[in-house]
Every structure is written in structure tokens, then in C-alpha cells.
Design a protein around this ligand. Structure first.
Ligand code: GLA
Length: 387
């Protein structure tokens, strides 16, 4: 949809014009998976697709939420903006963000009529929910003049996800949506939140996203289990070597302490995290040295570890990645995001892209009965005002 089409849709929904339009992107993570809530490194980039928010003030003392993607609409009095809506209502994402402003003592003197439209496929592991959270945080920060910086806006989005969606996520998705930069990936230390923007200039190679169309169910279940298993490992390791986060351990440190983790599942989870943090550091170094082959190999190793030790891939993601590994001109391929469905990310040489799409698509359908979709990723900017 163009901006003109969006403004007409706003008029049709609210019988008036939008005064402000904002955008915040989805993200694809190149490497560093399930490391963020363990204080490790991640390496995501913002995508050119994301969520638009159009809004105008009203004099009703109500916050009205509509979306062009979902039918359900919500109209909430200003006195009811800190309560979670039942039945996994989509409006919990923006509501959760507004609630954080209120909890920080920001006063709302009137309501707004809000309309969302997003072009990140929902449930694809490309952070459509973070895009909605961050666009809301960015918009209210501008309109209420609260002056939070982008890192703070990412933290507000993360809190909304914890409190209003029940997912105890790390900071990666909201951070990428807030801080992304065109043609750059974000090398983020999730413990200190220090980050560097690393240019992604790949000569003759593209970042290709493949969607399983098997929606991930990033609800409180399997994801929060992983968070708890990592906490258990930290707790047991701390008996012999006090740590706050698994990412504090090098692989050599881990070999020295691993026997104190009595639970075999927690042990495997910890082994993934420690290895993935190292792979992420190695991958960024390889990229900076122009060694894209090594970067690709580390991506593939990341998938194997997420499959075998972290157990978050599942048959669909495995089918896509394993089909990709067989193709000449694929430097690496792995699941991206939380897992259990969603998308893979691959580095593919330009000349191999048609074969990649054809063969991976065919093998995937043969194995799963589903049809995959392919996009060439365009790395875009973080949250911004459109108009
Ligand atoms: C989801 C979470 C992130 C991160 C990834 C896995 O996308 O929202 O915080 O943990 O999974 O790397």
C-alpha cells in the first residue's frame, strides 16, 4: 500500500485525516540466536518492511485502535489503558506500550484515533509484533514530547511484550526495529546494550529470506521454557563460578564447569548459548575481514546447534535449511528469530538465486506439503516519522 492509500484508508475508518504517520520495521537476525536474554551478542538488521501507524487526536477521552490487517477494533477509555485485554487481542501490543508511558508517570490529556497497517508477514519470525510496539513507542514519544532515546523505546517495547503478551523475550527485536540503519547490521551486546552498526555490502551475494508458512507460536510456552532452562544452568554453574549470564562463559570456561549442570536439557541449552555467542563474534570478525565464506559456514553451524541443542527448529525450518545447504552458491543458511516455524535466512550468490528458489521450494513442498515463499531482504532504517 502507498502512503496515499493509507491516508485514504484512515479517512474511511475515522472520517477525518491523520495528523501524523510513523513507521517501524521488522528485522531479520543474521546470527546470534537465543543469546539476547543470556547477555550475549546478536547481529540483526532492520528490514524495509514493517508497520505503519497513522493517528490523530480525538476529544472522546478514548484510545481507538484499528488495523487494516485484522478486523477486530478496540475503543478504550483513558482510565483503562494499563489492563491487559483478554483472548490474546492484537491491541495488547500498542496498549502494552502506552501502559509503559503511563507507568512512567506520563499523563494523557486526550485520546487518539489510531490505525495500523503492516507488511511484515505475521507469525513469520520477522518481528511484526516488535515493529508494532516500537512504532507505537516512537509515535507517543514524539507526540507526548517524552524525549526517550531509541534504546529506551526498545526497552519500552520489550516490557510491553513481557507484560501484555506474556513472552519473556530479550531486547533484540525491539532494538533492531528502533536502531536499524539502511544497509547495516547491528552488532549488539545485549548485556551492556553497546552496539556498532556494521555495513552489509555483499558483492554479488544476497540475503534471502524463506518463509515456511508454518507460523511460529512464540507464545509463553516453548520460548519461556528456554528462558527458564538457561536460568537453571546459570544457577547451577554459579555454585562453582558465580555468573549473571551464560554469555559470560567462553567455550573453554564452559568445558570446565559444564558437569555441574545436572539437568541434561539445561546442559544442552547452555552449550548452544555459549557456542552461539562465540560464533556471532567470529562471524562479525569474518565479515569485517571480507571472509563471507566463513560467515556463511558459521550461519549453518548456528542452525545445527539450534536444531540439536536448543531444539527450536522443527521439521519445516530444517527442511528449508537442509535443502539450501545442498545448493552450489549458498554460503550458509539458518533459521532466524525465535524458531518453531517462521523463516530461514540464507546468503546466496546472485547467479544461484533462481536455482535456490526452485530447488529449495520443490524439496520443501515434497517434505512438508507446504509452499515456501522467498524474499530478497532489503535492509532498511529503524523507526521514523513518515509525515
Ligand atoms: C524472539 C525474541 C528475541 C530473541 C529471538 C531468538 O525473536 O523476541 O528476543 O530471543 O526470539 O534469538
Amino acid at each position: 500500500m502507498t502512503i496515499e492509500q493509507l491516508t485514504s484508508a484512515y479517512k474511511a475508518a475515522y472520517q477525518k485525516s491523520a495528523t501524523d504517520i510513523f513507521f517501524s520495521p521488522g528485522r531479520v537476525n543474521l546470527i546470534g540466536e537465543h543469546t539476547d536474554y543470556n547477555g550475549g551478542f546478536v547481529f540483526p538488521c532492520a528490514l524495509s518492511f514493517g508497520t505503519y501507524l497513522l493517528m490523530a487526536p480525538n476529544d472522546e477521552q478514548k484510545m481507538n485502535f484499528r488495523s487494516l490487517n485484522i478486523d477486530a477494533t478496540y475503543s478504550l477509555p483513558l482510565t483503562q489503558l494499563t489492563e491487559v485485554l483478554p483472548n490474546k487481542a492484537w491491541a495488547n501490543y500498542p496498549l502494552g506500550v502506552i501502559a509503559q508511558f503511563i507507568k512512567r508517570g506520563v499523563a494523557l490529556t486526550h485520546g487518539y484515533d489510531i490505525l495500523f497497517w503492516g507488511n511484515v508477514p505475521a507469525g513469520a519470525g520477522l518481528s511484526s509484533s516488535a515493529a508494532m510496539e516500537v512504532v507505537t513507542a516512537f509515535a507517543f514519544n514524539e507526540l507526548l514530547g517524552t524525549g526517550y532515546d531509541r534504546t529506551e523505546l526498545a526497552k519500552i517495547g520489550q516490557k510491553a511484550e513481557h507484560e501484555f503478551a506474556g513472552v519473556m523475550c530479550g531486547i533484540m527485536d525491539q532494538f533492531a526495529s528502533a536502531q536499524g540503519k539502511q544497509d547495516h547490521a547491528i552488532y549488539l551486546n545485549c548485556d551492556t546494550l553497546h552496539f556498532d552498526l556494521v555495513p552489509i555490502k555483499l558483492e554479488g551475494i544476497k540475503v534471502v529470506i524463506a518463509n515456511t508458512h508454518s507460523p511460529h507460536h512464540l507464545d509463553s510456552g516453548a520460548y519461556n521454557d528456554r528462558v527458564r532452562q538457561c536460568q537453571l544452568a546459570v544457577q547451577q554453574i554459579s555454585a562453582v563460578r558465580p555468573i549473571k549470564n551464560l554469555a559470560e562463559l567462553s567455550q573453554a570456561d564452559f568445558l570446565q564447569v559444564e558437569t555441574v549442570i545436572t539437568d541434561p536439557v539445561a546442559h544442552r541449552r547452555a552449550r548452544h548459548v555459549v557456542g552461539e555467542v562465540q560464533r556471532t563474534m567470529d562471524a562479525v570478525q569474518a565479515l569485517q575481514q571480507g571472509n563471507i565464506e566463513l560467515f556463511g559456514q558459521l550461519m549453518t553451524q548456528s542452525h545445527i546447534s539450534l536444531r540439536d541443542d536448543y531444539e527450536v527448529t522443527g521439521p519445516q525450518l530444517d527442511a528449508l535449511a537442509e535443502a539450501a545447504w545442498k545448493i552450489d552458491g549458498v554460503l550458509g543458511s539458518r533459521m532466524t528469530g525465535g524458531g518453531f516455524g517462521g523463516c530461514t535466512v540464507s546468503l546466496v550468490k546472485d547467479e544461484a538465486i533462481p536455482t535456490f528458489i526452485e530447488r529449495v521450494g520443490k524439496e520443501y513442498t515434497e517434505k512438508t506439503g507446504l509452499k515456501a515463499d522467498f524474499y530478497i531482504a532489503e535492509i532498511g532504517d529503524g523507526a521514523h516519522r513518515v509525515r
